[in-house]
Design a protein around this ligand. Sequence first.
Ligand SMILES: [Zn+2]
Length: 56
Amino acid sequence: MRLFHCTYCGHKLRFRQSACSQCYQPTPYYNRLRFWLILTLAVLAAAAAFALSLIV
Ligand SMILES: [Zn+2]
């Protein structure tokens, strides 16, 4: 799965790759799985908090 481009050389990055395979620069944080896991958890937590505030 190739979603993002390297910010240094424009090479297409494989998702979850921590470094560009062409220029070996570190990839942006949004190419890491952990970023999306934390983002998803944060959104779910916010949605849960919002739902609870409607109920209570
Ligand atoms: Zn690169």
